[in-house]
Design a protein. Sequence first.
Length: 224
Amino acid sequence: MLIKLEDIHKDYMLGKVKIQALRGVSLQINTGEMLCFMGSSGCGKSTLLNIIGGIDGATSGKVWYKDQELNRLNDKRLSRWRNQHLGFIFQNFNLVPVLSAYENVEQPLLLGKFSRNERKERVLAMLELVGMSEHIQHRPDQLSGGQRQRVAIARALVTQPEMVLADEPTASLDSTTGQQVLELMQKINETLSTTFVFSTHDYQVTEYAKRIVRLSDGLIEGVA
């Protein structure tokens, strides 16, 4: 077991109205999985992804990472945990516009105790893994959407995380480029045993997932 969710509830206040984004979700995620949260907009899949990643807290319920209860960590320890164990991929890439591909991938390493040589070795290895070795000095506006997402994948992997959380990773890509990116993540999953958890409404993503969790109105509707 890598992640365990126990009866997760998440409420938001919209003015004076309480919105129940999650209404009692329990789930276990195992090491090496490619798991996909599937559902329409507003079903709670992105909220669930944020809670797994410690970006947002649950209103009630518990989140476990192995034998550690994440709910008990303060902000500083939770940030350290994210940096050491997680990578994130976003639908809009979230690359820093003024930085090169190399510098964008290097960013997470600057938060850790890595020497300059070690940072260089890791960054170049990740850019080679995602097929971007010839574009290391290119800024995001000099890259295609698919190339930007490859840089984002390299950035997510550079700290050698156990798990990568990908929120709508193909939403900003055409179907052909999206397939290429998914094939890349599948290859990484198979070769490095990195756990991938996706949030998506794109049925193309489900073809690469080993397990599909369908959400509806803040509840698990089914698991396949």
